[in-house]
Design a protein around this ligand. Structure first.
Ligand code: P6P
Length: 335
């Protein structure tokens, strides 16, 4: 009987990477597998979200006698749990938690990585069955191994990331992660409950025809952003268009689509919220790392997202990310 070796699972792929880089300790591969496990558990609950009336809304006790948690809280507990009980993470920071969490047991303090994540971004879309996602970022700690992690282990610029990725719980569930060696996309195969390598070495097209922005804020954007949006609307066959506007209000889905097809996603600052809405450390930095490895660009309108020196765990930043040609045209408008 021939074994189906065509499909490589996440475990097989990360172990293959270890064979290719024998000096690696395997800690990062193990951390990525931990994330893959938590994501599978979250995926089960997200797929049931529509049944909340039957399963009970959060804060209630369901028919199994279990407390029903908000999906954000449930997702946060899953990612935090697998990393705390693993051997590859010394601490985490989460959109759901005010401060970072140090794993101060004798095994975890010996780990060399910390992880930051938004466990369930766009969760307000669950009620209307729009895709949502998890976004994560991995750094090497800067404090001595064997000690309890500190805030400086988390407040590092995005250019220090060693890995970053996201899960999109959509029509199919995908796990995409980047290391400096490339961007790999895995699709969950429910028949075997494994992440199957479906999109090896993802590259962002150098240009595209999709622009993603919330037009509802148009008159709150600065003149440069307004000028670029108008330029997108005026594209036709003679100058690389026509463009189409796609925006579903779920960053993971919007950026994932543009990464694969080419395009630009913008969440600019506005007159009332100059820093915009998106969080630097666990939304913008991870995607900026992924797009850089995939050949695209990400800025705050002035400098690379990856070069922003963070001062607070939950600080926000304006975000522009996508295909290089489109990002360069935007930069010309912003200048
Ligand atoms: P707006 C979801 O709430 C989110 O954080 C991102 O996933 C998404 O891109 C953005 O907010 C949408 O925000 O203001 O356009 O509804």
């Amino acid at each position: 009987m021939s074994i189906n070796r065509k499909v490589q699972t996440l475990d097989e792929f990360t172990i293959q990477q270890l064979r290719n880089f024998p000096h690696a300790t395997g800690e990062l591969s193990n951390l990525l597998r931990n994330i893959g496990l938590a994501a599978k558990r979250v995926n089960v609950e997200v797929n049931k979200a529509g049944l909340v009336d039957i399963l009970g809304d959060h804060g209630t006790i369901n028919v199994q006698g279990e407390e029903v948690k908000k999906l954000d809280v449930y997702a946060n507990d899953q990612f935090t749990g697998v990393l705390r009980h693993g051997i590859s993470c010394a601490g985490i920071a989460s959109e759901e938690l005010d401060d970072f969490v140090a794993f101060d047991d004798e095994i975890s303090v010996k780990s060399k990585y910390v992880c930051l994540y938004d466990p369930l971004d766009g969760s307000s879309n669950i009620d209307v069955n729009v895709s949502i996602g998890t976004i994560f970022s991995v750094y090497k700690r800067v404090t001595p191994i064997g000690t309890v992690v500190k805030k400086e282990d988390f407040l590092q610029p995005g250019n220090k990331q060693v890995a970053a990725g996201y899960i999109v719980y959509g029509s199919s569930t995908m796990l995409v992660y980047a290391t400096r060696r490339g961007v790999q996309g895995f699709t969950l195969d429910p028949s075997i409950g494994e992440w199957a390598l479906s999109h090896p070495n993802i590259q962002c097209p150098v240009s595209g025809k999709i622009y993603s922005v919330n037009h509802g804020n148009y008159f709150k954007y600065n003149k440069g952003v307004q000028q670029y949006i108008t330029a997108c609307q005026q594209k036709d066959k003679s100058n690389g268009g026509p463009y189409t506007q796609r925006y579903i209000g779920s960053m993971v889905s919007d950026v994932h689509r543009n990464l694969i097809k080419g395009g630009i996603f913008m969440y600019p600052g506005t007159t009332d919220k100059p820093e915009g809405k998106l969080r630097l450390m666990y939304e913008c930095n991870p995607f900026a790392f992924i797009i850089a490895v995939a050949g695209g660009k990400a800025t705050n309108g002035e400098i690379r997202i990856l070069d922003i020196d963070p001062t607070k765990l939950h600080q926000r930043t304006p975000m522009f990310i996508g295909s290089t040609d489109m990002m360069d045209e935007l930069a010309a408008c912003l200048a």
